[in-house]
Design a protein around this ligand. Structure first.
Ligand SMILES: [Zn+2]
Length: 359
């Protein structure tokens, strides 16, 4: 900590200081772990899923180095925040951290206003666990622990969770066995996941919770039994809303869950949130999914793989630009082919003059 004696900033009125902090603090911030410490970096507020952000925008050159870089970006566990991850490693990113730790008074003042005005983004369950104050294994003398104490979850107004989890994690989350609360200190994906939702709803300040989910595999999203995965969130929100006294219970935040579009040939009401789903305690938004993926070759090199999820014929827009295909038109065509029993993957594979795309 630096001496405060000569600080012009700290000699300014508190309203002026707060106005300065509000100008410096980004609208969205990433909280993440690096070498066991909680760190902060700016969020570049990426597009979280539309028909043009399918992975090709992460391209970086056509030579071997460029392809490897593109592949690493495609497999980023930060998902659509891949560029935020790259930025978080940049040296100048220490500015947020450096400013925060300018001195003790600035630290307290900035921490307070940061959780008031900035959305906090988290891209892994371990960081979420620390923000919820459940990881007791960290060194209390580590200054990042002090940081945790002051941006701890109960002060956060807006929380964005972006989880691009391994398929194996989803298989674990689909398991029907319930997870007892006493397991919540264990660091298994299922225990962290199940205990996070009730803990999140304790906060009186949280107003908005956005949850973006995907898996890190090129297979269809529809292989995930999303109803099973989100049943603990649904149960926690339902119990919260049915609590007998709303005066003692914090108001539930607005919860939006962003999921990839379902494949009509694979969607099932028992496993997925379909049109037939009953009313839910959260809002579901569907989006187009990443189509370009990282593939590791047998000799360990990183390569690129094109594996589209529904609609798999989206590439027609690029192959036949003169036809002015719309995505809605392609979706309708694909559903028609599916309903008439056609093998859409084989048809499209022939069109592409490539092997059939399989799930
Ligand atoms: Zn970001």
């Amino acid at each position: 900590m630096h001496p405060q004696r000569e600080s012009r900033l700290l000699s300014a009125p508190v309203e002026i200081r707060r106005a300065i902090y509000a100008m410096i603090i980004p609208r969205e911030i990433h909280a993440f772990l690096s070498r066991g410490r909680l760190r902060l970096s700016v969020c570049l507020e990426p597009n979280l899923g539309d028909d043009s952000h399918d992975g090709r925008e992460r391209r970086s050159g056509t030579d071997h180095e460029g392809i490897s870089k593109w592949a690493r970006r495609l497999r980023s566990s930060w998902g659509p925040h891949w560029e935020c991850e790259e930025t978080s490693h940049a040296r100048y990113q220490s500015n947020i951290h450096g400013f925060l730790f300018l001195c003790k008074q600035v630290f307290f003042e900035v921490s307070d206003i940061m959780t008031e005005i900035a959305a906090i983004n988290v891209t892994d369950l371990e960081t979420l666990s620390i923000l919820l104050g459940r990881d007791q294994s960290k060194d209390v003398f580590n200054y990042s622990w002090i940081l945790w104490e002051h941006i701890c979850f109960t002060n956060i107004r807006k929380l964005n969770l972006t989880f691009r989890l391994p398929v194996a994690s989803y298989r674990e989350l689909e398991d029907e066995d319930t997870v007892p609360r006493q397991m919540s200190t264990e660091s298994t994906v299922r225990a962290l996941w199940a205990s996070s939702w009730p803990d999140l709803l304790i906060s009186r300040e949280l107003r908005s919770l956005h949850i973006w989910l995907d898996h890190d595999n090129s297979s269809s999203w529809s292989t995930v039994k999303e109803r099973m995965v989100l049943r603990t969130l649904s149960a926690a929100l339902t119990a919260h809303k049915q609590a007998p006294s709303q005066t003692e219970t914090p108001q539930a935040p607005d919860v939006v869950v962003s999921l990839p579009k379902l494949h009509p040939g694979m969607a099932a009401p028992g496993s997925h949130f379909t049109q037939d789903s009953l009313s839910l305690p959260f809002t579901i938004q569907r989006r187009y999914r990443q189509r370009w993926h990282c593939k590791e070759t047998s000799n360990g090199d990183l390569d690129i793989q094109y594996r589209p999820d529904f609609p798999i014929m989206e590439e027609l827009r690029h192959l036949e630009p003169d036809r002015e295909w719309t995505l809605q038109g392609i979706e309708e065509l694909e559903i028609t082919l599916l309903e008439s029993g056609e093998d859409v993957e084989a048809v499209f594979g022939e069109l592409l003059n490539s092997p059939s795309i399989c799930y």
